[in-house]
Design a protein around this ligand. Sequence first.
Ligand SMILES: Cc1cc2nc3c(=O)[nH]c(=O)nc-3n(C[C@H](O)[C@H](O)[C@H](O)COP(=O)(O)OP(=O)(O)OC[C@H]3O[C@@H](n4cnc5c(N)ncnc54)[C@H](O)[C@@H]3O)c2cc1C
Length: 375
Amino acid sequence: MKTPQPDILVLGGGVIGLSCAFELRRRGHRVTVLEQGRCGGQASGAAAGMLAPFAENGEQPDPFFLLCLQSLRLYPDWQLAVKETSGLDFEYARTGSLYVVYHEADSLVLASRKRWQDAYGARSELLDAAGLRRLEPNIAPEAAGALLYPEEAHVYAPDYVQALEEACRRTGVVIRDGLGAVEVARWLDGVELRASASGETFRGDRLVVANGAWAGLTESVFGMRIPVYPIRGQICAYETPDRPVRHMVFCSQGYVVGKRNGTLVCGASEDVAGFDTTVTRKGIARLESWNGKLFPFLSGRRPFHEWAGLRPASQDGFPLLGATSRSASVVFAAGHYRNGILLSPATAQVVADAIEGRETAGLPLGAFAPDRFGD
Ligand SMILES: Cc1cc2nc3c(=O)[nH]c(=O)nc-3n(C[C@H](O)[C@H](O)[C@H](O)COP(=O)(O)OP(=O)(O)OC[C@H]3O[C@@H](n4cnc5c(N)ncnc54)[C@H](O)[C@@H]3O)c2cc1C
């Protein structure tokens, strides 16, 4: 006789919760997503959507970089599966990225990045000022060079998350949104969650904790340290129908990425502001100043759209991924900070494997153990 599949409750309907739900459902599990507001209505819908493990991790091939890299390599098949299952299209553009420097001496830093990253398949190319200008004719004359990563890509995050939600619904994931805060009432042997506003109760066998920047609020429930905090990212977009920027362009102070719909997305601040998603003039003015230094055609222009989201930052910069030693019922998927869009396919794989009692091969998962911070 076939063993009955467990009922899995996913707390949080951001890109991480939805990706885990989609993967678990594809593997035949019964899944319910519980979301306090709107799916994708928090950090996931606010993101720039860059899939950039090399540009974002310049220091060393640590476990976080390896996870990011694995996720980038999963993206071509993953995004196709989301599109095919949902019937919805979204932008997935393999434009490559450029990490730009302003001083020739900084090219030495790029050369050392290139050395270790090429060993991991980056196929990067060191460009001098003239080479950079050939690829990005509108770049500032002060730019001294860049490192080109041809493999890096980006998605249009709000559309990607919407397609994920639809893919979940079409495959039979139950999505309950607009619930108000959902509380964990029982988790040691079986799981019970309660919507605080209505009192409605949800029971299951397993719980995936994917509540983003709110994960730290569940510390007392699980009796262990969960040092995950909201870091506000303010971000803006210009209308640029003539598509003046061809690649994702990074510098030490921010990034610029041109979208298929003719907008140029520029980010992002890193503010400690609690759970406040207000956009401030100071935050956007700083972005405007740097955007103009990178691309002079932006000098003096005001973005047509400004917004903010709460990145889930963890104390050591690594996400909390996998089962805890405290209860076989609970699996964590939180704390993805600046890279949750990139990390969504790899996270889904690790979480689904953990639910099935397996460890995903080829990843140093010990570094992401959710209970590594102690009681
Ligand atoms: C400005 C900005 C730019 C970014 N750019 C990029 C980028 O280019 N590339 C990239 O990879 N990443 C980027 N990120 C990071 C990325 O957005 C996050 O890492 C990712 O969205 C985290 O996903 P999540 O599902 O964990 O969190 P969220 O999207 O915040 O989802 C968590 C969900 O849990 C729900 N929730 C919380 N508590 C409860 C509760 N008690 N009951 C029910 N529901 C609850 C919330 O309402 C929310 O919907 C960016 C982030 C920001 C803010």
